[in-house]
Design a protein around this ligand. Structure first.
Ligand SMILES: [Zn+2]
Length: 233
């Protein structure tokens, strides 16, 4: 009658469904997705802070040049002041005033340079810590991803084998029985065929009347009176 092959087919279909469920509800896959998003955000932050570092470097270099220029200008003015070239008090006063202005400017620029150097130091420290943490996290992510892929490939292989075996088995079952079975599955779900175990239906666990069981054993298609499943005696 082919019911035992149909049972075998149903077992394969159930296993396939279970594997599909595992594939689509993998907690590891969800975890990996979250981790990937987190790592991308971290990467973006690190990138922005590296740009900040470049900008700071440029600012520091420009300040250093400005300080050098101011120091040179101050030195030049001082040279002029003490060279004895001029004895005009008004002019000397004027040079002294320029020296004072330049010294003030130089002090401000040097203070600014120190502030930037401190910022640079803090930024370097932040980058050192976070870049190595990001690299470690990325390595851990890649390892986890490789494990997940191996698992998924194993699952996929098992599914491929099951699909081939199921198709082969279907070829061995009477097409009429297959049609009847798939109609039944549309109404009752994958478990449309139930075994009779110790006089009860394995689908709903209610007693199968002995008279029906006898008919099933005699080769008739018998359906469970309570759940409607086709019974395999
Ligand atoms: Zn039943």
């Amino acid at each position: 009658m082919g019911l035992s092959k149909l049972w075998e087919l149903q077992e394969m279909q159930l296993r396939l469904q279970e594997l599909q469920r595992q594939l689509h509800t993998s907690a590891l896959a969800r975890e990996l997705k979250r981790e990937k998003e987190r790592l991308e955000a971290c990467q973006e932050t690190v990138r922005a802070r590296m740009q900040e570092r470049e900008e700071l470097r440029r600012q520091v270099a420009a300040l250093e040049r400005a300080c050098q220029d101011l120091a040179a200008r101050k030195k030049q003015l001082e040279g002029k002041l003490y060279s004895g070239e001029t004895s005009n008090p008004k002019e000397l006063n004027n040079i002294q005033h320029k020296i004072d202005t330049t010294a003030g400017e130089l002090a401000r620029e040097e203070e600014r340079a120190m502030e930037l150097a401190l910022q640079q130091e803090q930024l370097e420290e932040w980058l050192k810590e976070n870049v190595s943490k990001l690299q470690a996290d990325k390595a851990a992510y890649r390892e986890k991803l490789a494990r997940y892929r191996t698992w998924r490939e194993g699952l996929q292989q098992e599914m491929d084998v099951l699909a081939v075996n199921a198709a082969q088995l279907e070829g061995e079952i009477d097409p009429k029985l297959l049609t009847l079975y798939s109609d039944l599955q549309r109404r009752l779900g994958t478990k449309a065929l139930a075994r009779v175990v110790k006089g009860t239906c394995s689908g709903c666990h209610l007693v199968v009347p002995p008279v029906l069981l006898r008919e099933a054993r005699a080769g008739k298609f018998i359906y469970c009176e309570s759940c409607g499943r086709l019974l395999l005696p």
